[in-house]
Design a protein around this ligand. Structure first.
Ligand code: CA
Ligand code: ZN
Length: 296
């Protein structure tokens, strides 16, 4: 029987008690709250009235048996089911157009795979905003992003994707939450269609394969993911990670990898909301090549 995880935490830490212990290959279902812990039900409720100790919950953590520091875990996303109502909101002092915007909550109904916004409807593209593993030491709130993953707001983390994380502590302690029915690149107002749901995943363990930061495999592409306060540093990290993967997998030298990345790779923005208190999050893609995986 599939394991269902219903415990919530607000930080990534090895001190969090595992909600379950699972074996690689096992399927696990996570029941997730939206990023406001499902506190908003009506448009009259503004974000300014919320209990902010209760934002960005993640479901878990799950202990993956056999995962040890120096290993990598892969999280294969088998399905993302979303509820029939989401919420998008402006956030105080956040985003490029906030100076002339109201504080507004908008309820977005979801019907038959479409989101309904005013007189428009468009297809949902469910994604996972927060997903990651415990850091080696200390605690990182679920609203933050880093080498451990966290609030990456990467709209390619969707059904059919596989996300790779460095294992920093025994069992890795994976947790996830913050689903969006849709979210554009950059998330310019600071929220997507925030929504509760259920995510089914399968874990894989890659022993003795250390990575620095999360890596993502989609149907067509490989991505590295990195964040920093400013673009220059985020770009350096995200391209260095990709260069290292290509050098190791293809046996090329660093300069050839660099040249190839300029002609076949793309820099894309996950989180680019400014002004905000968040780091810029970039992803860098190269196409998948038959018979030449960057991670096996
Ligand atoms: Ca988020
Ligand atoms: Zn969110």
């Amino acid at each position: 029987m599939k394991r269902m995880i219903t415990e919530y935490v607000y930080d990534f830490s090895k001190k969090n008690e595992p909600a379950a212990k699972v074996k690689p290959g096992e399927e696990v279902k996570f029941k997730t709250l939206d990023c406001f812990s499902d506190q908003i039900k009506r448009e009259e409720q503004l974000v300014t009235s919320l209990d902010f100790d209760k934002v960005n919950p993640a479901t878990g953590p799950v202990y993956i048996e056999g995962a040890e520091p120096g290993d990598t875990i892969a999280v294969e996303i088998l399905s993302i089911k979303i509820e029939d109502q989401g919420v998008v909101s402006t956030l105080p002092d956040t985003g490029s157009l906030i100076a002339n915007a109201e504080t507004r909550t908008k309820i977005v109904p979801i019907r038959e795979g479409k989101a309904i916004f005013n007189d428009l409807e468009f297809p949902v593209k469910p994604m996972i905003g927060v997903i990651g593993v415990a850091p080696r030491e200390g605690s990182i709130a679920c609203g933050y992003v880093g080498f451990h993953g966290g609030n990456m707001d990467n709209n390619r983390i969707m059904e059919g994707s596989k996300v790779f994380f460095p294992v920093n502590v025994p069992g890795a302690l994976l947790q996830l939450g913050d689903l969006h029915a849709t979210m554009g690149d950059g998330e310019i107002c600071g929220t997507g269609i925030e929504i509760a749901g259920e995510v089914t995943v399968r874990f894989h363990l890659i022993q003795d394969f250390p990575i620095e930061r999360p890596v993502l495999e989609t149907h067509d592409d490989w991505y590295t993911i990195a964040s920093a306060r400013e673009y220059t540093e985020a770009l350096r990290l995200v391209t260095e990670d990709m260069q290292n993967l290509i050098v190791d997998a293809y046996g090329w030298d660093a300069t050839d990898a660099y040249l190839y990345m300029s002609i076949q790779g793309n820099v894309e923005i996950c989180q680019g909301c400014r002004p905000s208190s968040w780091d810029i999050i970039l992803r860098f893609s190269v196409p998948k090549i038959e018979g030449k995986p960057l991670i096996i």
